[in-house]
Design a protein around this ligand. Structure first.
Ligand code: AP5
Length: 215
């Protein structure tokens, strides 16, 4: 089987990062994530792109989208070296969706559905390892020792954009800008909606069966 080209889409906190890690290790594909790429480059100088702010940081901490030119360049660069991939966090508006069509073809589009109340609980309770990036949750997925990563012993922190005010803005931005992308995709044969409110293992079982069916 050729390495699959997977797009995973859904609101903030739907489990895109959690399930992308499973996909990347099961199928040996690249995890291309604009969120992680931007977090690693929050202070890069983007002033030459004629943007409102000079770095990605201000957009991200407020929960707003970083300008298209910045993220389009990140994804285009990452796709040139990836054989198979799971693309997570892009496209987030219709212009980005049209841009992606000129970059690659997709085998399957996985759309994770989760209610707004559940998303707020997941995001405000999320903790992330500052060293290796593993996700935990204060209630649903606790580490063995509070505040310490089970895998690497790193410190668990709360993302700046997981404060409640920023979370609510991120969900509003999703409804205004990313929900239309899902509508744009949903008539395609390769589009599959997944119930993201199941347990992580149940979500993964549905995703694996869907990818195996489409590649
Ligand atoms: P990004 O990092 O992409 O954030 P996001 O889309 O808001 O998604 P999250 O990482 O918050 O959630 P997730 O769906 O990955 O869920 P997770 O698996 O972690 O983007 C951050 C920012 O970067 C944006 O706001 C924007 O500023 C900028 N940006 C990024 N891409 C951009 C683009 N294309 N254009 C412009 N700007 C862009 O899970 C969440 C929590 O729930 C965890 O604690 C996890 O343990 C738990 N959990 C997961 N699954 C389950 C389950 N089934 N049951 C119970 N708990 C679960």
């Amino acid at each position: 089987m050729a390495a699959p080209h997977v797009l995973i889409i859904g609101p903030p906190g739907a489990g895109k990062g959690t399930q992308s890690s499973n996909i990347a290790s099961e199928y040996g594909v690249e995890h291309i994530t604009t969120g992680d790429a931007l977090r690693a480059n929050k202070d890069m100088d983007i002033s030459d792109m004629d943007t409102e702010h000079d770095t990605p940081r201000a957009y991200m901490e407020a929960g707003d989208l970083v300008p298209d030119a910045v993220v389009n360049a990140i994804v285009e660069e990452a796709l040139t070296t990836a054989d198979g991939f799971v693309l997570d966090g892009y496209p987030r508006n219709l212009d980005q969706a049209k841009e992606l069509e000129g970059m690659t073809e997709l085998d399957v589009i996985l759309s994770l559905d989760v209610s707004r109340e559940e998303l707020i609980d997941r995001l405000t309770g999320r903790r992330v390892c500052d060293d290796c990036g593993t996700n935990y949750h204060v209630e649903f997925d606790q580490p063995e020792e509070e505040g310490v990563c089970d895998g690497c012993g790193g410190e668990l922190i709360q993302r700046d954009d997981d404060e409640e005010e920023s979370v609510k803005n991120r969900l509003d931005v999703f409804h205004e800008q990313t929900a239309p992308v899902i509508e744009y995709y949903e008539d395609r044969d390769d589009f599959v909606a997944i119930d993201g409110e199941q347990t992580p293992d149940e979500v993964w079982a549905d995703i694996k069966a869907t990818i195996d069916d489409h590649s």
